[in-house]
Ligand binder design. Structure first.
Ligand SMILES: Nc1ncnc2c1ncn2[C@@H]1O[C@H](COP(=O)(O)OP(=O)(O)OP(=O)(O)O)[C@@H](O)[C@H]1O
Length: 550
């Protein structure tokens, strides 16, 4: 059971303390029940309860209250620590996992499980502790029942056994319903993302707008229907526990006086004890759907953890240390690299390679080719972001395998086509603001954005301007190799020229290696080498000097 395994992660000692407190609370609770029962019997025959009993009652209550309070507070603490560890663990794996695994994750699913469902687990755990306490009460009440009447005990067991079989069936259906609910909720979040991210397109096209909303409505209805199903299953569980309870009381109350010897006299004693057995039983049953949901949620989060793999990933600090060994590289060798993009069924949709390339330190290499020729995929392979299916990457003579790749990636600073602009210079916190603001000015962004308080005042800029900000962040990274994927595509003539004539030349002068995907033919002569790709293979390679300058 995932929930149990998860809770065991808290470690033996905290769980032992919490378990002990829960047992004390359960015992004190049972004692309270016994005292009340005794007092009721005395009162029934016109005897007044004595002071000692009242004192024991108060002491039992204090013990119950304190133990229960500390057990629940500890439970709360334990679950929050565990959940925080789980959330951090998932995000840690996410940041370290292979890009391909991350690409395959559904965002909606990730958001639902990591934020919504972990909250759910946090609410459920104290209830689990309460149910454990109720189970102790139930065991003690049952022992008392067995002492009073083995026949009534047997009736209880038979009724509960029948109830458990029916409960199990409802429980299985509920598990399926909740798994379905997760899927719908994840798709619903994806659909919300579509409506938010596609707001421009939807406002320009009412037919598309209607159709997207229609599909959202369908999902929302399916979610509603699934929630109703789960509510119905919950109701069935609660009704089932009522049916079991009343069947039991009916048999003991009406049947025993007629058919079971001597029981006529003690039925008045049995009924309250049965009711005491029934109360924790009913509570456990009514809370159990929440445990099913918590179990399903947890299984979902653990599945994401599993999908992200990451068993053999290097920590970022180890990666930085590993990178030091390659910083003085002379050549990067890529030989016979292949990589295949696959669809959801695993069928290959595009194969790149075999790709053979050698890049010299300080070289400026332009990758060119038509749309879909595999330039961006090549960059991801060359930077170690995609693991090649065959072939090898070497830094000088050292092959990059397994954990070496994390260190290898540290050689690169990149701006990909689908780059993300962080509003802070993460990892560059010590760079003086004046230096950043000077670069902002040089990029023609003064008056639009400022770097202050460790962050850019805004990132709501045009795509070209955002790329210029990304360029600042990338240049500040000061890595030996710079990778640009169509950086200049959204720049005007001035910044296009600035990129090729100033930025790339400056990088060259600093001895940096540059690998840039470009469609700007008029600047190809500035490269040391131009590599043309077609259908995932190198079509030709030429010296930049062979290219015609405009
Ligand atoms: N994440 C992905 N999953 C599946 N297929 C992909 C993925 N990324 C790219 N492809 C496919 O791989 C092929 C090469 O894409 P890639 O982006 O490498 O080409 P490109 O030369 O950079 O194209 P462009 O100039 O249009 O950016 C395309 O057919 C594309 O559909």
């Amino acid at each position: 059971m995932a929930l149990l395994d998860f809770i065991l992660r808290a470690g033996r000692r905290p769980l032992q303390i919490m378990g002990l407190l829960t047992v004390i609370a359960g015992l004190a609770n049972a004692l309270l029940v016994v005292i009340v029962n005794e007092v009721a019997q005395h009162v029934a025959v016109a005897e007044r309860p004595d002071l000692t009993t009242a004192l024991v009652f108060v002491l039992a209550f204090v013990a119950y209250y304190q133990a229960n309070k500390f057990a629940l507070l500890r439970a709360n603490h334990i679950i929050e620590v565990l959940l925080n560890r789980l959330r951090l663990g998932v995000m840690d794996r996410l940041r370290r996992a292979e890009l391909r695994d991350v690409d395959q994750l559904r965002r909606g699913q990730l958001y639902t499980l990591v934020s919504q469902e972990t909250n759910y687990l946090s609410v459920t755990f104290p209830l689990l502790v309460d149910s454990f306490q109720q189970a102790i009460l139930l065991v003690i009440s049952l022992a008392y029942l067995l002492y009073l009447s083995p026949a009534a005990f047997l009736v209880f067991l038979i009724c509960v056994f029948a109830g458990v079989i029916a409960y199990h069936r409802i429980n299985e259906r509920m598990g399926d319903t909740l798994r379905r609910l997760h899927r719908f909720q994840a798709r619903l979040l994806d659909a919300i993302g579509d409506i938010i991210n596609g707001s421009k397109e939807l406002r320009l096209n009412s037919r598309k707008n209607e159709s997207v909303f229609q599909s959202y409505r369908k999902l929302s209805r399916a979610t509603e229907a699934t929630l109703i199903d789960s509510g119905e299953q919950w109701t069935a569980m609660i009704l089932l526990s009522s049916a079991v309870i009343f069947a039991m009381l009916g048999i003991v109350g009406f049947g025993f006086p007629h058919f079971v010897g001597n029981h006529g006299d003690i039925v008045f004693q049995l009924i309250p004890v049965l009711l005491f057995c029934v109360a924790p039983f009913a509570k456990i049953v009514s809370q159990s759907p929440m445990f099913v949901r918590a179990e399903v949620s947890l299984q979902g989060v653990l599945e994401i953890e599993r999908q992200l793999g990451a068993a053999d990933m290097l920590s970022p600090s180890d990666a930085r240390t590993a990178a030091a060994a390659y910083r003085d590289f002379r050549t990067l060798g890529y030989s016979a690299l292949t990589f295949t993009h696959r669809d959801a069924t695993g069928a290959g949709t595009f194969t790149l390679g075999p790709l053979d390339l050698t890049v010299q330190r300080g070289e400026t290499l332009f990758l060119v080719g038509g749309n879909g020729s595999g330039k961006s995929t090549t960059l991801r392979l060359m930077t170690g972001l995609y693991a090649p299916e065959a072939g090898s990457i070497r830094v000088d003579e050292t092959p990059m395998v397994g954990r070496d790749v994390a260190g290898f990636r540290e050689l690169f600073a990149a701006i990909f086509v689908d780059f993300h602009l962080f509003d802070r210079l993460y990892g560059l916190e010590n760079v003086p603001a004046e230096q950043v603001n000077l670069m902002i000015e040089e990029m023609g962004l003064a008056g639009k954005v400022r770097y202050e308080g460790g962050r850019f005042s805004t990132t709501h800029l045009s795509t070209g301007q955002r790329k210029r900000l990304a360029l600042i962040a990338t240049l500040l990274e000061d890595r030996p190799i710079y990778v640009f994927d169509e950086w200049s595509a959204e720049q005007d003539v001035h910044f296009r020229a600035y990129f090729y004539n100033t930025v790339l030349k400056r990088l060259k002068a600093q001895g940096k290696t540059v690998i840039a995907v470009t469609h700007d033919e008029r600047y190809w002569h500035l490269a040391d080498r131009v590599v043309k790709l077609d259908l995932g293979r190198v079509e030709w390679q030429r010296q930049g000097s062979e290219m015609e300058a405009p």
